[in-house]
Design a protein around this ligand. Structure first.
Ligand code: ZN
Length: 132
């Protein structure tokens, strides 16, 4: 697939790519979530992610969606409309199961993120610090 023009240049893009690893999983979950609701395609998904504050270009999003297909979580087909070919993605049963598992994990993380302090790790370092 052809990567479109880059909208971000230089340092900004470098920093985004650098931090992206942290957000890749969240972006994948967004894609799965929307694919569970309706068939999705790259450009519409890009706009949706933009809405959520993720600036993801085609060079990032398309490989990510291909990856979800390779993992069996999405299935794609080519659709022809108005003289254009468009790759449409739908969630698979395995994708739905993965989404449900992810939902409870995200809930768990959400609660811990919003607690005043996360759970103390059960290790010696933590114990020592509590003593001191
Ligand atoms: Zn969304």
């Amino acid at each position: 697939m052809q990567a479109g023009p880059r909208r971000k240049g230089g340092i900004v893009e470098f920093q985004m790519n650098h931090k992206r690893e942290l957000f890749d999983g969240l972006i994948r979950l967004h894609v799965l979530l929307h694919a569970a609701e309706e068939p999705v395609f790259g450009l519409a998904m890009m706009h949706e992610l933009e809405h959520h504050g993720y600036h993801v270009g085609p060079g990032t999003l398309y490989p990510l969606m291909h990856g979800l297909e390779r993992a069996g979580l999405l299935r794609s087909s080519l659709q022809h409309a108005e003289g254009r070919r468009r790759r449409i993605y739908k969630i698979t049963p395995s994708g739905k199961r993965a989404l449900e598992k992810a939902r409870s994990k995200v809930d768990e993380l959400y609660h811990e993120l919003h607690e005043e302090r996360p759970r103390r790790l059960n290790n010696e370092l933590g114990a020592r610090e509590t003593e001191g």
